[in-house]
Design a protein around this ligand. Structure first.
Ligand SMILES: Cc1ncc(COP(=O)(O)O)c(C=O)c1O
Length: 397
């Protein structure tokens, strides 16, 4: 599969080894073209204009919602367009949890959360007097033994926030099993799953997972920045309050008050990122046209090759498409800078997961994260770069 040719950035930089897909993925030509088409040919506002180009914009925007819904096995009315995973989780925290949780209630999170699925809960906990508990790590996996869960989950646990795929360790959490287990102890727990690192790498059917909310970003699945999704179960969305009040989310307004529009429109106050939503719809088409079988096969081949080639060159941790490298004697920022000199893009730092790094006993790490266009040639460049780092920095014991 010649996937690189579908991405215009590789025409400009044919030798680029882009291995920072956990941060954001590159964009295929068809997504860029589709967005360009909106901005060039029918860049009117949606849901308001009674004229051709506005109607076209509305149709394309709503058709993107239908594609996203189909992509995750949901109904279009359960898909809320947001600005990204962070905005989606904040909508759950401010729109659902703020209204439904009270002083003394508990929220269960995991020790591998991205700040975007931790800080909104910490903020809410501070405001409302809630307690946050952490599902612990066991190596790079979560400890979900009955004993641990029995100690953490009780009738006060009202909410669970959990990442599906760790953005540092690549761990694919068995969210369905975990949800089943926690809901068995307390069926009233409302679960929000952070799917930011999952949606580009595996088929997701939200209803099978048993979650109440599912959040993800367009830009990590070959779509544009500035667009994301919150899926919610119908009953949960009915209990959720909008956070953006104003134009676009009302049915009727008088001087005395207002009546909200139906779901999902009441959650999309103000002009949404129209071209970006349309671009996300095209990203869904891109993934579906490649097909999960080929996508997963390509990614598995690439990470297996990396696992084989790394040998003793660096300590590598992680599952699947995301790995962190720990190199004795070299700071991750130095590693990333040297890799940049050979055209390899990786991430250095805490990857918005400081508590997880503290748990792992690391100040920072170098992260390699793969996408469907990565292949053995990228791994070879990475390995060449790591050898260069070793030559400069890593001292023999
Ligand atoms: C697991 C996880 N959750 C949440 C986010 C936040 O996504 P966004 O910045 O698109 O809101 C990220 C982004 O790195 C992530 O990896």
């Amino acid at each position: 599969m010649d996937i690189k040719s579908k991405f215009p950035i590789f025409k400009k930089y044919p030798d680029l080894a882009y291995l920072d897909n956990g941060a954001t993925t590159l964009k295929p030509e068809i997504v860029l073209e589709k967005m360009n088409e909106y901005y060039r040919e029918y860049s009117a506002n949606i849901h308001r204009g009674i004229y051709g180009i506005s109607e076209r914009a509305t149709e394309e925007y709503e058709s993107a919602r239908v594609k996203v819904a189909r992509f995750i096995g949901a109904a279009p009315s359960e898909i809320i367009f947001t600005f990204g995973t962070t905005a989606s989780i904040n909508l759950v925290a401010s729109g659902w949890a703020d209204k439904n949780l009270k002083r003394g209630d508990e929220i269960l999170v995991t020790e591998m959360e991205h700040h975007s699925n931790l800080v909104p809960w910490q903020n809410l906990a501070k405001k409302k007097g809630l307690k946050i508990k952490f599902l612990p790590l066991n190596g790079i996996f979560l400890d979900i033994s009955d004993e641990v869960l029995k100690n953490l989950v009780n009738e006060k646990t009202k909410m669970m926030a959990m990442v599906q795929v760790s953005n540092v360790l690549g761990t694919v959490n068995p969210v369905k099993d975990i949800i089943e287990k926690v809901k068995k102890i307390n069926p009233k727990i409302v679960v929000v799953v952070d799917g930011a690192q999952a949606v580009a790498h595996m088929p997701i059917k939200v209803k099978d997972l048993g979650a109440d909310f599912y959040a993800f970003s367009g830009h990590k699945m070959y779509g544009p920045t500035g667009i994301g999704v919150l899926w919610g179960k119908k009953e949960r969305l009915e209990e959720t309050e909008p956070v953006n009040f104003g134009g676009g989310m009302i049915e009727e307004v008088t001087e005395e008050g207002f009546r909200m529009a139906s779901i999902p429109f009441r959650f999309e106050g103000g002009t949404p990122p129209i071209g970006e939503a349309i671009g996300l719809g095209e990203a869904v088409d891109f993934i579906e046209e490649l097909g999960w079988k080929d996508i997963m096969e390509q990614e598995i081949n690439t990470y297996k090759y990396l696992e084989e080639k790394i040998g003793g060159l660096a300590e590598m941790m992680g599952e699947g498409t995301i790995k962190i490298l720990v190199m004795k004697g070299a700071h991750p920022h130095d590693v990333a800078q040297i890799l940049d000199t050979v055209g390899v893009c990786v991430r250095a730092g805490h990857h918005c997961a400081m508590p997880l790094h503290q748990k792992l006993g690391l100040m920072a790490s170098t992260r390699v994260s793969l996408a469907v266009y990565n292949d053995k040639s990228d791994v070879d460049k990475l390995i060449g770069g790591i050898k260069k780092v070793n030559k400069i920095f890593v001292k023999e014991d």
